[in-house]
Design a binder for this molecule. Structure first.
Ligand code: 4NP
Length: 145
């Protein structure tokens, strides 16, 4: 799960998807394409909206996407178009590129819709992001299991 800062959207996607699969069978992680927040926990507003739905993000720590992630993961979900392009620009070959998907295409195929960046907004934005990611992760989990 990849966004820009790895403190708002992708930590939510990581936590939500993990809650829907067997974490012993499927390894899920998140990262950012930017380095601004490396080592920080998720934004308090992401922590809070997730806790409301019984998901605890407090052990997560922001990191930056690295090349090795293309080897380590079968799928890389981008939260938005900007980050999708950034991830694709890091890909080394077609196999790497094929792993990269826009996460909302899981719900609305081929539309390339973005999960809006809630960082500069209020709590309502985090609720909306949660609901979008809940639907997308449900679709991913159903396909995986
Ligand atoms: P995220 O949100 O990409 O969903 O983690 C953001 C977090 C931090 C910043 C921008 C977006 N920032 O500019 O610091």
């Amino acid at each position: 799960m990849v966004c820009l800062g790895n403190i708002c959207r992708s930590p939510l996607a990581e936590g939500i998807l993990r809650s829907k699969v067997n974490p012993e069978k499927i390894f899920i992680d998140s990262a950012g394409t930017a380095a601004y927040h490396i080592g920080e926990p998720p934004d308090p507003r992401s922590i809070s909206v997730a806790l409301k739905y019984g998901i605890d993000l407090r052990s997560q720590k922001a990191r930056k996407l690295i090349l090795r992630d293309f080897m380590k993961f079968d799928r890389i979900y981008a939260m938005d178009e900007h980050n999708y392009q950034k991830i694709i620009s890091l890909a080394q070959n077609d196999d790497d590129k094929k792993k990269v998907k826009m996460i909302l295409n899981e719900v609305t195929p081929a539309q390339n819709l973005s999960v809006p960046d809630p960082y500069y907004g209020g709590d309502q934005g985090f609720e909306e992001v949660y609901q979008m990611l809940e639907k997308a992760c449900e679709a991913i989990a159903n396909r995986l299991t």
